[in-house]
Design a protein around this ligand. Sequence first.
Ligand code: NAP
Length: 311
Amino acid sequence: MKAVTIRTYGPIADVVTLSDVPAPTVGPHDVLIEARAAGVNPIDHLIVKGFMQPEGLAHTRVLGNEVAGVVAATGDAVTGFAVGDEVFARVDPQVGAAFAELVAVDESLVAAKPATLSFAEAASLPLVALTAWQALTEQSRLVAGQRVLIHGGAGGVGAAAIQIAKHLGAEVVTTVSTDSTESARALGADQVVDYRNEKFDEVVAPVDVVLDTVGGETQDRSFPLLKPGGTLVSIVFIPDAEAKKATWGVQANAFLMRPDGAQLTRIAELVASGELRPVVQTVLPLDRAADALTQVERGRARGRTVLSIPS
Ligand SMILES: NC(=O)c1ccc[n+]([C@@H]2O[C@H](COP(=O)([O-])OP(=O)(O)OC[C@H]3O[C@@H](n4cnc5c(N)ncnc54)[C@H](OP(=O)(O)O)[C@@H]3O)[C@@H](O)[C@H]2O)c1
């Protein structure tokens, strides 16, 4: 089958290729997905460059972390899915391998694709929506009536988080650059701060929760905005929790999202009820994966970049 692979870590243009590789083995609990689309995330270009990979690559690695497609086969122990079902998933990060014609995923990570979404739209959601869901409902326990500051509202996680926070009943403040102010409002943000022209820490009233998708000085300047007992959760940079608690009386943590088919089903329900919509910026064919990764690497996302995979 065709798949987007690397044989060694390095610059995208030098190491990313479309290759012929063996189809994945289907374990007893696996669903084999004939992929129609795969979302491209910052983690994908970081993997290409060897981020947090102390060892060299021992064998060819198939890239990609999320997929939408049609079930082509099921392992003997699979009970929840059948051949022909339309599904989507954030795949096991240890396995990856979503930029491929066939993708094997444990059924516990898979959910039924929302019927109203195209495959490209569905493939753009699992990683960002699960990250936003886990940040807001598990890490910070945001509840109705609270105020949340979401940094990077133009990005994949930020756009999902704005909508999920509104679903939870929160008042949402977000930071974006100038050309994304209208789209952030359209997603439901109550206050939109153009971070290039305004200092967010001068115009945002105290909040209960900060979701940090940016890190660096953006994270540092957010702590004084938290109400006593508030929580900053970061997906990019681990804060010094003890120091922040001592200085500001707040909770601070960072986490890595995890794949979860049951939560993805919940996210599909939000899509069905019209409370969550994907934001797709660009769809490119599988053989242009290097261009897609380069676009995501630039970091100026206005929605997710997605690879389409012909049936
Ligand atoms: N821990 C985890 O499990 C986890 C999961 C998912 C993602 N992540 C990480 O989280 C980060 C965001 O992911 P993503 O998928 O949302 O990335 P993305 O789609 O590439 O979006 C990044 C966004 O950040 C905005 N931005 C850059 N500097 C900013 C600033 N100073 N203030 C406000 N916005 C700013 C950019 O928009 P402008 O052009 O408007 O600046 C861009 O839209 C990445 O570093 C990713 O690796 C971590």
